[in-house]
Design a protein around this ligand. Structure first.
Ligand code: 2IT
Length: 447
């Protein structure tokens, strides 16, 4: 494979789409060696086909705000790859959403979904709608307007959206309500992350964070370490950070920092259950300020404006917020402050320089597409329950999630173990996901 040539072609076709190009570059670098051992992949131009989405839907979303003013946003659904199953992936509502961001996420999703052991292709969608400062009614009207376009593109065996940044249980409820009205069918399996009383899977809200901690446990055990008593710094306070904090505490770790776009809250004695529950109120308020935690719990949390979670001394860093949120300088600061493990929970949360720094300085590192796959995996379990019109107990779902995270860890070890015995989790995850999708594409012919 000529990685440089493929990247140059892609960059010429998609100028300025830096996040998308960054995601593709990372995968191509790690699969190059394996790819070259399979001339049949080269002949079928698997990589050239895999780096482009199957199709992209773009639409205008017009709605009316609380002041009666007309607002227009852009909506997207990117159906990236359907080699191993129907398109599957979240919707992101964030002011910075552009096609490049959703293409990187859809590309990552394709590999991640392949790791879950479940039959799901890759997709992503969303809008540049900014939920910050919006009322509940505005969120509802936007979701309804968004679905009047999206509903034609999706279906339970075709494309199944879910939540991502800015889209949680509330938004999925509003989206589903409008879908049902337009389609005139109770197609429960068309969206995942639904409410528990209408087809949602128990544990789906917790699943990304829980799965990330199960993965972290496997990684630590493989390295002869344990999570009990370890200090964890995490970024964000949304759904993913909430699940991660909950499980980290349950497993005996101490969460000493959470952060937001406004700064960091240091929590020297570790986060409490009350504080974890308050993260949900912070998310629902749409204020997007982590300072609210320190205002609510002044004895426990100390807020510092403009600082990241990576400035707080810790053993384990868990980026749970946004892509490229952890830079090479952050990686250096983490190491200086005693950190020896980083499990990326957000999609592409670490910049390439940070990943290389971790890998070259003996810091355990695992990439988002392996660590955070428990979220979409539990979406897959929700689809199975919907298709068979049943609901599983929390124990059944949790057992399956455990099994899936263990299996993802095993795949990373299988494909990522290096001659000196250490595991390169980036290579492992990328090669495992690639082999599955590439084999399916090859067997399905030139399409
Ligand atoms: O990045 C992700 O894996 C998600 N936002 C979850 C996608 C899903 O379909 O559950």
């Amino acid at each position: 494979m000529k990685t440089a040539e493929i990247m140059a072609n892609l960059a010429a076709k998609h100028p300025g789409e830096n996040e998308y190009l960054q995601a593709v570059q990372e995968v191509l670098e790690s699969i190059e060696e394996v790819y070259n051992q399979h001339p049949e992949f080269e002949k079928a131009k698997i990589v050239e086909r895999m780096v482009e989405p199957d199709r992209i839907f773009t639409f205008r979303v017009t709605w009316v705000d609380d002041k009666g003013e007309v607002q227009t946003n852009l909506g997207y659904r990117i159906q990236f790859n359907s080699a191993i199953g129907p398109y599957k992936g979240g919707l992101r509502f964030h002011k910075a959403v552009v096609p490049s961001m959703l293409k990187f996420l859809g590309f990552e999703q394709t590999f991640k979904n392949a790791l879950t052991t479940l039959p799901m292709g890759g997709a992503k969608g969303g809008s540049d709608f900014d939920p910050v400062g919006k009322s509940n009614d505005e969120i509802m009207r936007f979701c309804q307007a968004f679905m009047t376009e999206l509903w034609q593109c999706i279906g339970p065996d075709q494309d199944i959206p879910a939540g991502d940044v800015g889209v949680g249980g509330r938004e999925i409820g509003f989206l589903y309500g409008m879908y049902k009205k337009l389609a005139r069918e109770y197609n429960t399996g068309v969206l995942t992350g639904k409410g528990a009383t209408w087809g949602g899977s128990i544990l789906r809200p917790e699943a990304t964070g829980f799965g990330a901690l199960y993965f972290t446990q496997h990684l630590l055990h493989k390295a002869g370490k344990d999570i009990v008593g370890k200090r964890v710094a995490l970024s964000g306070f949304g759904n993913v950070a909430w699940g991660a904090a909950t499980k980290a505490k349950q497993l005996g770790a101490k969460v000493v920092a959470i952060s937001g776009p406004d700064g960091v809250c240091e929590i020297p004695d570790g986060i409490t259950d009350e504080m974890i529950a308050y993260m949900l109120d912070m998310r629902a308020s749409n204020r997007n300020k982590v300072e609210d935690m320190a205002t609510k719990f002044p004895e426990k949390a100390k807020f510092t404006a403009g600082k990241k979670a990576w400035s707080v001394p810790c053993d384990i860093a868990l980026p749970c917020a946004f892509q490229n949120e952890l830079s090479e300088d952050d990686a250096k600061e983490l190491q200086k402050n005693g950190c020896w493990c980083c499990c990326e929970v957000s999609n592409m949360g670490c910049q390439p320089g940070a990943i290389h720094y971790f890998q070259n300085n003996g810091i355990l590192f695992a990439p988002g597409k392996a660590v955070n796959a428990g979220g979409v995996a539990t979406s897959g379990l929700e689809m199975t329950q919907n298709a068979s019109h049943i609901s599983w107990s929390a124990k059944e779902v949790d057992d399956k999630l455990h099994f899936i995270m263990e299996s993802i860890h095993e795949q990373c070890v299988k494909y990522g173990t290096q001659p000196d015995g250490h595991v390169d989790y980036v290579k492992g995850a990328n090669i495992a996901g690639f082999m599955k999708v590439a084999t399916a594409m090859l067997e399905q012919g030139i399409i």
